[in-house]
Write a protein that binds this ligand. Structure first.
Ligand SMILES: Cc1cc2nc3c(=O)[nH]c(=O)nc-3n(C[C@H](O)[C@H](O)[C@H](O)COP(=O)(O)OP(=O)(O)OC[C@H]3O[C@@H](n4cnc5c(N)ncnc54)[C@H](O)[C@@H]3O)c2cc1C
Length: 409
């Protein structure tokens, strides 16, 4: 009998396993991952940004965990000799409306205790000659890293401390009983006192499989990127972001330096027709059926059809995609958009059609399901793991919940 079984070898599952071993040295911990490699889904397909935490409503868990997570991630990288760089990022306003939104963001950054500098047009031009805008916020502590490498180091630490990680075995059935949880995989049956499910794009299916009552479903949103050619890899020193639309949980197409010396542009946020199909045009009848039979999907579609149509159009046409990027980086040309690739976000949508911006957790006596872990959950994974463990073990001790069932993020 294991003490704790964790489903999902993405960064959240691994951070939970590490936190369990930190809090209860010697605990028997097992991680089950369906892919042959760790970090094959969201964690291995993200922008690789260590976010500072500027965007999130002050006082919320997301704001707090992102700030703590950025520090914890950098510290973990130092301890494990994982390359990272604190290159800073610019949030660039390119219209009067964006200038107004930028001012609101400035207030938020102040409340969140984020170190930033406001740049005028002239200062922006001096800081980044290839970037055009009416003004910008420079966030000093934003960094870049390869989260797949972070996961590899986490896995090593877990195994060095006596934990087990089983790859290539999909969880097919879950039964919660009086003494624990029985987890059936494609090869073995695992018995554990507690289960933590961190299954990302499959998290609603895992929750339903475990008999949880949930009123949300995962809707996949593709984030499509291009790589810039080597000649443009130094077009900026910092990361360049647009001012985000506060109604949407996505940050807009940005220019991102990668830790291996490259530069990507993206991601957009276009509705996906396959949760794990990365090639353009991927279509999974099962995933489409799940969406089409969920009333919340249609309510969301009705509320957001304008931005959905725009995203589809920008996705279908490289020229339109380029126009978005040229708003702040006019020197980019169509031939710079090379090597298209994609990540897929697991976005929880409630039955009333609301997109869940927050982290969402559901718990029973012996299980905790991470139902929504959107960006910046890679940055925040280490404190998220500790918070989940506090909640699990506090429940063991009979003390009160450490986090609300649906935490504002
Ligand atoms: C395009 C994109 C850009 C992003 N950019 C950033 C960024 O720059 N910074 C940031 O902080 N965050 C970013 N994020 C968000 C971040 O990547 C995610 O929030 C984070 O990786 C979520 O981690 P996870 O472990 O919950 O999910 P995942 O990484 O998706 O891991 C879930 C795991 O569960 C496994 N699994 C599922 N079902 C089963 C089963 N039945 N049996 C066994 N295993 C199973 C999967 O195979 C998978 O490995 C981005 C996300 C995307 C998609």
């Amino acid at each position: 009998m294991y003490d704790h079984c964790i489903i999902g070898g993405g960064i959240v599952g691994l951070a939970v396993a590490m936190a369990l071993q930190e809090r209860v040295p010697g605990a028997k911990v097992i991680v089950l991952e369906k892919e042959e490699e760790l970090a094959r889904h969201q964690t291995g397909h993200n922008s690789g940004v260590i976010h500072a935490g500027i965007y999130y409503a002050p006082g919320t868990l997301k704001a707090k965990l992102c700030r703590e997570g950025a520090e914890a991630t950098k510290q973990f990288c130092r301890e494990n000799r994982i390359p990272f760089e604190t290159c800073g990022k610019l949030l660039v306003a390119t219209s009067k409306a964006e200038m107004r939104r930028m001012e609101a963001l400035e207030d938020r950054a102040q409340c969140n205790g984020i170190d930033f500098t406001r740049l005028t047009i002239g200062q922006l031009r001096a800081d980044e000659p290839n970037i055009a805008g009416m003004g910008a916020l420079l966030v000093h502590s934003t960094g870049i890293v390869d989260y797949a490498l972070v996961c590899r180091a986490m896995a090593k630490r877990i195994v060095d401390r006596g934990g087990e990680i089983i790859r290539g075995k999909e969880v097919l059935a879950i039964l919660e009983h009086e003494k624990g949880v029985r987890v059936q995989t494609s090869a073995v049956v695992v018995e554990a006192r507690r289960l933590v499910a961190c299954a990302g794009l499959q998290s609603d299916r895992i929750a339903l499989m475990a008999g949880m009552k949930i009123d949300h479903r995962i809707v996949p949103f593709r984030g499509e990127y291009y790589s810039l050619p080597a000649s443009k890899a130094k077009v900026t020193q910092r990361l360049i972001y647009p001012i985000p639309d506060p109604d949407l949980p996505f940050l807009g197409i940005h220019l991102t330096r990668t830790i291996d010396g490259g530069m990507t542009v993206g991601p957009n946020a276009v509705l996906g027709f396959s949760r794990e199909g990365y090639a353009k045009g991927s279509f999974s009848p099962r995933d489409v059926y799940s969406m089409a039979t969920f009333s919340g999907f249609w309510k969301m579609a009705r509320k957001n059809w304008r931005s959905a149509v725009l995203e589809f159009a920008n996705s279908a046409s490289r020229t339109r995609y380029l126009t978005e990027c040229q708003k702040y980086c006019p020197s980019l040309t169509i031939s710079d958009l090379q090597n298209p690739q994609a990540g897929i976000r697991a976005q929880a949508v409630m039955a009333d059609g609301t997109l869940v911006h927050d982290f969402l957790f559901k718990q029973t006596d012996r299980m905790l399901h991470v139902c929504n872990a959107p960006s910046p959950a890679a940055t925040s994974a280490i404190p998220i793991g500790r918070m989940i463990v506090d909640r699990l073990l506090d429940r063991d001790d009979g003390t009160s919940d450490a986090i609300p069932a649906q935490a504002e993020a």
